[in-house]
Design a protein around this ligand. Structure first.
Ligand code: SF4
Ligand code: SF4
Length: 59
């Protein structure tokens, strides 16, 4: 599983990048989660006002 940002829903507010503890989200748009860095903590998902971040099954 990994978290992705659904770009059609993203308002580019930047809150997710601000709260990510490992800086896995790019600071400039388009906002993307680096799956190599993401530790799946869920902070960005809780913070996103647009519900643009979703867990997806990758296996
Ligand atoms: S789940 Fe946690 S580590 Fe992964 S991008 Fe979101 S805030 Fe960062
Ligand atoms: S918090 Fe949500 S709306 Fe804001 S930049 Fe991140 S994904 Fe986009």
């Amino acid at each position: 599983m990994e978290y992705i940002i659904v770009k059609e829903k993203c308002s580019s507010c930047g809150l997710c990048a601000d709260v990510c503890p490992v800086e896995a989200i790019s600071q400039i748009g388009p906002y993307l989660i680096d799956r190599q860095l993401c530790i799946m903590c869920g902070e960005c998902l809780n913070e996103c006002p647009c519900m643009a971040i979703a867990p997806v099954q990758t296996d």
